[in-house]
Design a protein around this ligand. Structure first.
Ligand code: C5P
Length: 309
């Protein structure tokens, strides 16, 4: 057995999130474009007897609501370890630590990042040498966003989001992530979307809206067309559940963002800046307006889950 193995994985923003109707399996058909951004959780794995898990870091700092990170077998990291051990036919022996920078229940795929980093770290610790395809298959069983957390970069997600195809992003885009208030539960936001569509408050969708405009904007590599193409079907239900997010979105555009949208199921607001300097300035301004609990300037695309040398 080796010593400690460390892997890290990035947060994501959905720059397009087109949601189709509810499927029989309880998931929604998606056309989404994921962008991995420069905010990372780190998973350390060392030899151990059985599994143990500790969680630390600023990303855990949500006092109430669906934000607490479990340190037991209900944590996605624990399930990732059990799944990889079963797949490889090895004993699930490891002491795991998750250092969280990605805020919890924020719509940034922090839990998915942890699971992806755990797969990469444990594959190395246990010498299981799982193929890329096998890891992607295990990732899809853990959650819809976990395959993307492995792949990173910029990618189109179809199915329930677990089928990922890389897309070209010609240049880095610069963002400010603002987290306001308590976390939101992903199933609750999807449920509110279904309710709003059934009640006629939103148009019914025969299928997910196509991602082509955002894919073209990423390929062109300029911020202005990307700002015009940003789409999130989960934003209206997130705003219904958290009306204060309207003010947060307005604060971002008032402070000079080209556009701002709710990230995934929220409540993180992702504000697109014209360039890196503007992003740093925007972050400073948004930190001062009293709307956001946490503000981070990030950029993407960045790689997916990787070992840290
Ligand atoms: O796949 P994951 O465990 O992240 O999904 C969490 C929940 O989000 C699902 O149980 C479902 O309620 C909702 N979901 C959905 N459609 C998707 C992805 C997630 O309805 N494509």
């Amino acid at each position: 057995m080796t010593g400690v193995v460390v892997a890290r994985a990035p947060a994501k923003v959905n720059v397009h999130l087109g949601v189709g109707p509810l499927r029989d399996d309880g998931f929604h058909e998606l056309h989404t474009v994921y962008l991995a951004v420069s905010l990372f959780d780190t998973v350390s794995a060392r030899p151990g007897e059985g599994l143990s898990l500790t969680v630390s870091g600023e990303g855990t700092g949500v006092a109430a609501g669906p934000g607490l990170v479990p340190g037991d077998r209900t944590n996605l990291v624990w399930r990732a370890a059990e799944l990889l051990a079963e797949h490889a036919g090895v004993a699930a022996d490891a002491a795991l630590d998750v250092a969280k920078s990605i805020p919890v229940a924020a719509g940034l795929a922090g839990g998915s990042a942890d699971a992806a980093a755990a797969l990469v770290a444990l594959d190395a610790l246990w010498g299981t040498r799982a193929s890329r395809e096998d890891l992607l298959g295990l990732a899809a069983r853990l959650g819809s966003d976990v395959p993307f957390s492995l792949v990173g970069g910029a990618a189109l997600g179809t199915g329930r989001g677990e089928q990922v195809t890389p897309v070209l992003a010609r240049s880095r885009s610069h963002w400010v992530l603002g987290i306001a208030g308590e976390g939101l539960s992903t199933p609750a936001v999807y449920g509110e979307l279904d309710r709003m569509r059934a009640a006629g408050a939103l148009p019914a969708a025969a299928g997910p809206s196509p991602a082509d405009p955002v894919i073209a904007a990423l390929r062109a590599g300029e911020a202005a067309p990307l700002a015009a193409a940003l789409t999130n079907d989960l934003q209206p239900p997130a705003l219904t559940l958290r009306p204060d997010l309207r003010r947060a979105l307005r604060a971002a555009t008032d402070a000079g963002a080209l556009a701002a949208l709710v990230s995934g199921s929220g409540p993180t607001v992702a504000a697109l800046a014209p360039d890196e300097t503007a992003a740093v300035r925007l972050a400073a301004e948004l930190a001062g307006v009293g709307v956001f609990r946490t503000v981070r300037a990030v950029s993407g695309p960045v790689p997916g889950a990787r070992l840290v040398p």
